[in-house]
Design a protein around this ligand. Structure first.
Ligand code: B1M
Length: 235
């Protein structure tokens, strides 16, 4: 028998759920890798007047945190996590135009990429999106970025900031490889270097010679604005 929130086939009708249950259902759908359902839920919350960053944090990022815990504990495996990641990206694609819409002229330029050996890109893309939303021009180099590719991009685009992301303890040392090569080439002081990713911390950022470690996308935006303003004031 269908109840108030299910249809004839017993499927849940997302639009009939109150906000809190819809968010929980979206966490389940993300966990199960159901991209269409995650997209539908994202649209429903926006139609109900939710701000894009609230949908992002409460429905998508929190859902991915649950996936991360079960991945760590060996309950979920790579194929399932890939499906979950794709569902998250499907929701993010809807939020992207809203998060980045800004008529202002660029307040600065950033080149960002996930370091060599690492294919995690959700957090890096989120940082890129939020930076664009704050008025920065962002050149996204993608994943598995070699030192050569970073340096080429710096020469080609002449950004204010180089952003690097790493999600693995085995790939985070590569950030130092890039910074050391910038020093070797005598170009380190021309750029602000910002780093981020779940296994990093403030101390690691200092140790490798970055200008800032950013724990999340919002911190990255605040830090970028502050450091660019400081640099321009002393130029
Ligand atoms: Co992977 N993975 N994964 N994974 N994965 C982690 C990172 C892990 C913590 C899971 C776990 O064990 N709990 C673990 C790493 C352990 C460690 O080294 N400490 C892990 C592992 C082990 C692996 C593999 C080795 C698994 C295997 O093959 N056995 C493998 C590695 C592949 C490789 O890269 N070579 C692997 C593969 C994968 C998938 C492909 C299945 C998939 C990635 C899909 C994709 O990205 N397109 C995946 C996923 C999805 C995860 C988890 C579950 C989620 C990551 C994520 O997207 N988080 C992750 C567990 C976790 O982190 N809880 C895990 C959501 C995102 C919004 O947050 O990326 O932290 P985050 O970004 C934040 C901040 O960190 C910060 O701002 C972002 C937004 O607020 N930030 C920056 C990030 N980058 C920044 C750059 C900046 C500033 C801020 O620059 C200025």
């Amino acid at each position: 028998m269908p109840n108030e929130e299910t249809d004839e086939q017993g499927e849940i009708i997302l639009s009939d759920l109150p906000d809190d249950e819809l968010v929980k259902q979206m966490h389940d759908d993300l966990y199960d890798g159901l991209a269409e359902e995650v997209k539908e839920g994202t649209n429903i919350l926006l139609e109900r007047g939710w701000k894009a960053d609230k949908v992002l944090n409460e429905a998508l990022v929190s859902g991915m945190t649950i996936v991360g815990i079960d991945f760590r504990d060996g309950i979920l495996f790579v194929p399932e996590v890939l499906l979950a990641a794709n569902s998250m990206k499907a929701g993010m694609a809807i939020l992207r135009p809203i998060l980045v819409s800004t008529g202002a002229k660029p307040v600065g330029k950033m080149v960002i990429g996930t370091v060599k050996g690492d294919i995690h890109d959700i957090g890096k893309n989120l940082v890129g999106m939020m930076m664009e939303g704050a008025g920065f021009e962002v050149i996204n180099l993608g994943i598995n970025t070699s030192v050569e590719k970073y340096l080429e991009a710096l020469k080609e685009h002449r950004p204010d900031i180089l952003g690097m992301s790493a999600l693995l303890t085995t790939t985070m040392p590569y950030m130092k490889v890039v910074i050391d090569m910038m020093k070797e080439e005598g170009i380190r002081s021309e750029y602000i270097v910002m780093v981020g990713g779940a296994p990093l911390n403030e101390e690691f950022g200092k140790e490798i010679g970055a200008d800032a470690y950013c724990r999340d996308a919002a911190t990255a935006v605040e830090t970028a604005k502050r450091l660019v303003a400081e640099r321009r004031a002393t130029a």
